[in-house]
Design a protein around this ligand. Structure first.
Ligand code: C2E
Ligand code: CA
Ligand code: CA
Length: 794
């Protein structure tokens, strides 16, 4: 920057110097020559004039009077002749100023004249004047000037151009050097910057490192990790201070001897750590082992010991280093998880998941070794009743008691699990023989049969057991379970409180029933696939719909619509019917109340009740609760009971229950009359309001006089007992006409309407004549039989 600004002034200076030198050179030559030439000529002229004056003075002294006229002598006396060039002019002038003599020639211009006085006897008698021409001098001055000018030009050029070129070169070099320096400076600066950056990086890396190592220490604390190391052959182990902290041991007391540290491991911990290190020796890989160790406070914790080989320069293992992590929290969480995942929280028994794992293990073991095991499947009788009548807490208590009783009967040798609800499974491991299995099954049944005392009171329970042999009765978990289920079903069919072995020839029908039973239980528990259809009941005298029978429907996702004739008996055999019965009672009551609330004519709703409901549940209580819950007037509820109710029970008890129903104000109908044995005398004592005559009595009445008479007799009997007569299964108008003749009160049958969903049933009830064109006869379903009925009626 500085160089750049001083360069122009330097150039100007050089320029000035060159100019000055050139001017001096140009002027010095001619001026010098002029000075010298002038001086020379002046001296010569002065000398000649003085010399001539001197000579003349001598002459004049001698010829004082005549000298002025002796011109030729005068002329000789002048030194003119001595001048080889005869240059110049002499003139002699007397003291009066008159020209005495003029000798020689000079040009008119460029002459130099010098005068000398002629002194005689101290008197000036005249003057000698000498003039010389200067043209030669002038010529040389001109030439010199010309030469000097040329010289000065050269000098100027030399003085100006060369230095400037040198200057330029120097400047160029300087600039290059400058640039190099700048470049170097920039590089240096860059390096500096990089250096500074690196320094910063280093500082921040150092900070990070510090932070990390702080974090590591913190993490070790949080993660409960400490590190250790020891050299092979050393008696001492090095423990980081955190290790002592981690295990709550005082370093002073515990010390660091390998023996003291080994003693901290409990069970076979020390051996397993050594095994793990032997593994590290063998493989060179890091190895970890979970062990239990004693803490300083006496508690025992779970620790993960991780070992790694320490090698010397040659790669030989010279010791071990590693970490110890307190994993007690994780272990206990794992145990909790395991408990949650594999154990039933209520009874503490293995759950279904663990049962699956176990049975798969047993299956594999049996198949591999050829040994035999057994699976016993049991469920409790009457559990549902306890649950429903005493509440879930009592049910839970019962399950716990039962679990405890079975466990005690089994001892430690066998695997017991609760599969869900009141279902338990026992796996008998080891090569068990049949008699041992039978003995054990009998013992379990004996243990949990009879009455058990709960906080809530005494309950009577029992169980049945289905048994399969592994691997004889199935090669998969599913097969084994299915077959055990079949055996259990059979045991129950044979009468409760029994065990039964699976037999490969068990009928497909029986197997299907069991599958249905399981699915039905699922449908009830999840309330999926069940619905209610309503079949109108028509009063013959008026043609009006006076009530509906509520009928259960079950649609299974894969089996489709399962007819009640299939699933009701299954439900009855497993007591699932109690749940189903309560469910439909509530549904039907809700529906009937909804119709009333919607302003429909009050009509009775009939619900089928199974004997099991009466004997095994608090059905009277259920009815009271449902009526209260739904607000349905009791007289609009009709309970349909079959004669089976009367079969195995004491007359007094039946009468008591029925009387209670009557007291509630509900209507009672004797269903399926005529299909079962009943003592007429007995019947007359019971407070039934209606008699529903089974449809077998309708068969053939149109064609057979005998059948007609039989039906007429049955109706008359009912009437005689003061009951309202309902005829079921009426399919054609001829039958209707015959029934009208017999004074039958109510008809329920396809001839009027099939069971349908509530809305359709209501539509029919509002206007029974709408479709058929004849009062009281309407088609709801479109079966060919009905078509025929209608055309016959029309
Ligand atoms: P049920 O109590 O005798 O019911 C009358 C059965 O006769 C119904 O069969 C009904 O559809 C059928 N039916 C009505 N009119 C005619 C007809 O004109 N011709 C013919 N062939 N059949 C007619 P569903 O619905 O199949 O029920 C069969 C049985 O299942 C019922 O006989 C009843 O014993 C039982 N059931 C149905 N729902 C329940 C329920 O909720 N609880 C109980 N415990 N049993 C039920
Ligand atoms: Ca019925
Ligand atoms: Ca019936």
């Amino acid at each position: 920057m500085q160089i750049n600004t001083s360069i122009p002034s330097l150039r100007q200076t050089v320029n000035g110097i060159a100019l000055a030198v050139a001017i001096i050179t140009a002027l010095a030559g001619p001026l010098g020559y002029a000075l010298v030439g002038y001086g020379n000529n002046s001296a010569r002229a002065s000398f000649r004039a003085a010399l001539s004056a001197h000579r003349l003075a001598s002459y004049i002294y001698q010829n004082q009077e005549m000298w002025k006229y002796q011109k030729s002598r005068l002329g000789e006396l002048l030194v003119l002749a001595e001048d080889p060039h005869k240059l110049g002019r002499h003139r002699i002038i007397d003291n009066t100023g008159r020209l005495v003599l003029s000798e020689g020639e000079v040009p008119a211009h460029f002459i130099m004249t010098r005068v000398a006085s002629i002194i005689v006897a101290e008197n000036t008698v005249g003057f000698v004047e000498f003039s010389i021409p200067l043209d030669n001098v002038l010529l040389y001055i001109g030439l010199t000037a010309l030469f000097s000018l040329l010289l000065s030009l050269c000098v100027y050029a030399a003085v100006r151009i060369l230095p400037l070129r040198v200057l330029d070169r120097a400047l160029g070099a300087l600039e290059a050097a400058n640039r190099t320096i700048l470049d170097k400076n920039a590089v240096l600066e860059e390096q500096n910057r990089a250096l500074r950056q690196r320094e910063q990086d280093l500082q921040s890396a150092e900070a990070t490192l510090k932070h990390r190592s702080d974090q590591l220490v913190e993490a070790q604390k949080i993660g409960k990790i400490g590190d250790w190391s020891y050299a092979l052959g050393d008696a001492d182990v090095w423990w980081a201070p955190e290790m002592y902290e981690l295990l709550a041991h005082d370093p002073e007391i515990l010390g660091c001897s390998a023996a003291a540290i080994k003693a901290l491991y409990v069970e076979d911990g020390a051996r397993r750590v050594l095994d793990s290190q032997a593994e590290v020796m063998r493989t060179g890989q890091v190895n970890s082992v979970d062990v239990k160790a004693k803490r300083g406070d006496g508690s025992i914790g779970d620790f993960a010991v991780t070992s790694k080989a320490v090698t010397n320069a040659e790669g030989r293992i010279i010791g071990f280093s590693g970490t110890i992590q307190d994993i007690s929290a994780r272990k206990s969480a794992e145990e909790t998880l395991e408990r949650l995942a594999y154990y039933d929280p209520l009874t503490g028994l293995a759950n279904r998941a663990l049962f699956h794992r176990e049975i798969n293990d047993v299956l594999t073991h049996c198949t591999q070794t050829g040994s035999r095991a057994a699976l016993l499947l049991l469920d409790l009788d009457h559990f549902k009743e306890v649950n429903d009548s005493l509440g879930h807490a009592a049910g839970d208590e019962l399950l716990c008691k039962v679990a405890h009783l079975i466990s005690r009967a089994l001892g430690n040798n066998h695997f017991l699990s609760r599969l869900g609800g009141d279902e338990f499974a026992i796996i008998l491991r080891g090569d068990v023989d049949l008699s041992a299995i039978e003995a054990l099954a009998a013992e379990v049944i004996a243990t949990i049969s009879g009455s058990i005392t709960l906080d809530w009171g005494e309950v009577t329970i029992g169980t049945s057991i289905g048994i399969v042999l592994i691997p004889r009765d199935g090669s998969t978990l599913n097969d084994l379970l299915r077959h055990a289920d079949l055996a259990l079903y059979r045991a129950k069919e044979d009468g409760r409180g029994r065990f039964d072995f699976f037999e490969a020839d068990m009928s497909a029908g029986a197997q299907h029933k069991i599958v249905l039973a399981r699915e039905l239980r699922r449908a009830v528990n999840n309330n999926t696939g069940l619905s209610v259809h309503y079949q109108p009941q028509v009063e013959l005298s008026t043609g009006r719909v006076t009530g509906f029978e509520a009928l259960m429907r079950w649609t299974h996702p894969t089996f489709g619509n399962v007819p009640p004739s299939d699933f009701i008996p299954i439900a009855e055999s497993s007591q699932l019917i109690c749940d189903l019965g309560l469910w439909i009672l509530r549904e039907a009551a809700l529906q009937a109340k909804a119709w009333i609330d919607a302003g429909e004519t009050a009509r009775e709703i009939a619900v089928n009740v199974s004997a099991a409901q009466i004997w095994h549940t608090d059905f009277v209580g259920d009815v009271v609760r449902v009526l209260k819950e739904t607000g349905l007037p009791p007289h609009l509820l009709c309970l349909e009971l079959t004669e089976s109710l009367l079969a195995d029970h004491a007359e007094g008890r039946v009468r008591t229950v029925l009387t209670e129903f009557k007291r509630l104000g509900v209507t009672l109908a004797l269903d399926d009359f005529g299909t079962d044995y009943s003592s007429l005398g007995y019947l007359t004592q019971l407070p039934f309001d209606k008699l529903k005559i089974d449809r077998i009595f309708i068969g053939g009445i149109v064609s057979s006089e005998r059948a007609r008479r039989l039906l007429e007799g049955v109706i008359a009997l009912g009437r005689g007992l003061g009951m309202l007569i309902v005829m079921e299964g009426v399919e054609n108008p001829d039958e209707v006409e015959i029934l009208r003749g017999f004074n039958c009160d109510v008809i329920q049958g396809y001839v009027f309407a099939r069971p349908t969903p509530a809305s359709q049933a209501l539509t029919f009830a509002r206007d029974p004549g709408a479709k058929a064109g004849a009062p009281g006869i309407v088609e709801v379903a479109s079966e060919p039989a009905i078509q025929r009925t209608l055309s016959a009626a029309g």
